[in-house]
Ligand binder design. Structure first.
Ligand code: ATP
Ligand code: MG
Length: 237
């Protein structure tokens, strides 16, 4: 087995079941869009992959089971999670957030600083504010920081929950361009949750559509994009 393999994944909050047996496959080097309406279970699926919610079933990354593993162990396997709402630490500076992002790698300080410099160079807006508190950044800057912070651990799999949420179209285009670059130049595998299906389907190779905690359909992103009835039924477009 290779890449991310999820089989029969169930999850619940207290006694309330939310996921009823999700299957999905993400091959290395590809981008998978996980789509669906509000409350379909997208965020919960990501939480279950990262073992942050009570769940049953199978989750494998590169053949290794993630079930019952700690957050630290999952990060050490090369999985980075940018949660919905970005997950940067507002009271720490931009630079401190980046340094913390590298923590799972346990790399020497010199190497970490070189990566901090690299990401600040890539995002000049962050460089200008590197000593500023992350909480004081604009929404777009915070999303850039969340992406850079996740990349600081040099992940093999990058998982993002609605990176476009609340951002101006120009900033969204910038975030998406970075995701494409990281995928094409480094072969980074990406699992992308989005509500705006049109955008995600343009970037992704494959797509899975969730509906009420189940997979409504799965296939190549282009096929989902072409299927107007499916888009109307589940994606409100
Ligand atoms: N912490 C929680 N406690 C109880 N129920 C929750 C919790 N988080 C989510 N749920 C419920 O689980 C279901 C799936 O929610 P989830 O957040 O996974 O959906 P989503 O597809 O990410 O939606 P959105 O697009 O709005 O972010 C919803 O019915 C939601 O109300
Ligand atoms: Mg969500």
């Amino acid at each position: 087995m290779a890449g991310l393999e999820v089989r029969g994944l169930q999850a619940q909050y207290g006694d309330a079941p939310v996921l009823h047996g999700i299957d999905l496959t993400l091959k290395p080097g590809r981008i998978l869009a996980l789509l669906g309406a509000n409350g379909a279970g997208k965020t919960t699926t990501l939480r279950a992959i990262f073992q942050a919610v009570s769940c049953q079933g199978e989750v494998h990354w590169q053949g290794q089971s993630l079930m019952h593993q700690s957050t630290e162990a999952i990060a050490a396997l090369g999985l980075a999670h940018v949660p919905q709402g970005r997950g940067t630490l507002g009271s720490l500076t931009v630079e401190e957030n980046l340094i913390l992002g590298a923590w799972p790698r346990r790399a020497p300080q010199r190497e970490v600083q070189a990566d901090v410099d690299l990401w600040l160079q890539r995002f000049p807006q962050l460089a200008l504010r590197h000593t500023q508190r992350a909480g004081d950044l604009s929404g777009g800057e915070q999303q850039m920081l969340a992406l850079a912070r996740a990349m600081m651990m040099r992940p093999q799999l990058l998982v993002l929950d609605e990176p476009a949420l609340g951002l101006a179209p120009k900033v969204v285009a910038e975030v998406y361009a970075w995701l494409r670059t990281l995928n094409e130049s480094q072969g980074l595998t990406i699992l992308l949750v989005e509500q705006s299906a049109a955008l995600a389907l343009e970037l992704a190779h494959d797509a899975v559509v969730l509906h009420m905690g189940r997979v409504a359909c799965a296939g190549e992103a282009k096929a989902v994009q072409r299927d107007a009835a499916l888009r109307r039924a589940y994606l409100g477009a």
